[in-house]
Design a protein around this ligand. Structure first.
Ligand SMILES: [Zn+2]
Ligand SMILES: [Zn+2]
Length: 249
C-alpha cells in the first residue's frame, strides 16, 4: 500500500493523532536543532548572533505556550486536507516519479512564499494586527518563535496546502514535504543568527537577517524565505530604520 493510500484509509481520530505527533515532532526538532546549530557555529566563530539583547523574562515559556496551541490547530487541522480527499475535492497523483515530486516541491515552496506574504501583509492591517501582535511579542526572536502565533493566525497560515490540492493532483510526498521544509526555513528565519554575514540583504542566504529586521522594526519584509515578494510588492524594510542592538557587557 502506498503512503497516499495509508493516509486516505486513516480514521478521523487517527488523522488527528498523527497530525498532533507530526507537528509536535517538527517543532521540537526545529527548536532543538537550530539552537544546537547556532551554538556550534558561534563556538567555532562562523557567522554571528543578530541581536544580542537579552530575551524578555518569560519569553520562552510564552513561545512554548502559544506554539502548543498552534500545534493543536495544525495537528487537528490535518482533518481538513484528509476530508478534501474523502469528499473527492482533491486527489493524490498515482505513481508519481522522482522528477514530478522534485518539481512539485519547488512550485510549492514558491507558493509558500506567495501565500505567506499575502497572509502576513493582511495580518499587518489595522484589524488583524491585534492577533499578529502575539507573534511580535518576540522582539528578539528564538527558534521557538516558529509556531508562536495566535490560533487565528495559525489557521490562516495552516491552509497553505489546501489551495494547491484542489487545483492539481499532487504527489502525497510533495504535500507532506511542505510542513517539514517550511519549518526548516521558519527556524532559519527565527534563528537570530546571521549565517552568511557577507551576502547582501536580498540574497536567499540572508533570510534570517530579513526576518530579524521585520521583528526589530515591523514595517516591511513580510516575505518568508525568499525576498522576491517584497521586491515585487515594494515592501522591503529599511535596514537603517532599525537601531543597532545594544551590545552586552
Ligand atoms: Zn516572525
Ligand atoms: Zn509580522
Amino acid at each position: 500500500m502506498t503512503a497516499a493510500q495509508i493516509f486516505t484509509n486513516l480514521s478521523t481520530w487517527q488523522v488527528m493523532i498523527w497530525g498532533l505527533l507530526f507537528f509536535s515532532a517538527l517543532y521540537l526538532a526545529g527548536g532543538l536543532g537550530m539552537t544546537a546549530l547556532t551554538r556550534f557555529l558561534q563556538k567555532h566563530g562562523i557567522g554571528q548572533v543578530l541581536d544580542t539583547r537579552p530575551l524578555k523574562p518569560d519569553q520562552l515559556r510564552r513561545e512554548w505556550r502559544q506554539s502548543f496551541y498552534s500545534i493543536l490547530v495544525f495537528g487537528l487541522g490535518m482533518i481538513v486536507p484528509w476530508g478534501f480527499v474523502q469528499l473527492g475535492w482533491a486527489h493524490f497523483a498515482v505513481n508519481p516519479g522522482g522528477w514530478q515530486i522534485a518539481i512539485e516541491i519547488g512550485v510549492l515552496l514558491i507558493w509558500n512564499d506567495v501565500h505567506f506574504w499575502i497572509t502576513h501583509r493582511l495580518l499587518h492591517t489595522t484589524w488583524f494586527i491585534r492577533f499578529h501582535g502575539d507573534h511580535h511579542r518576540s522582539v528578539v526572536v528564538t527558534p521557538w518563535s516558529t509556531y508562536s502565533f495566535h490560533p487565528l493566525e495559525a489557521m490562516m497560515l495552516g491552509n497553505i496546502i489546501l489551495w494547491p490540492m484542489v487545483v492539481h493532483d499532487f504527489a502525497f510526498w510533495s504535500l507532506a514535504a511542505v510542513p517539514g521544509l517550511s519549518l526548516i526555513l521558519n527556524s532559519i528565519g527565527h534563528s537570530n543568527y546571521d549565517f552568511f554575514p557577507s551576502v547582501g540583504l536580498r540574497h536567499p542566504l540572508a533570510a534570517s537577517r530579513r526576518h530579524h529586521l521585520h521583528h526589530a522594526s515591523p514595517a516591511g519584509n513580510y516575505g518568508f524565505a525568499l525576498a522576491f515578494m517584497d521586491r515585487i510588492m515594494r515592501s522591503e524594510a529599511d535596514p537603517l530604520s532599525v537601531r543597532p542592538p545594544a551590545r552586552q557587557p
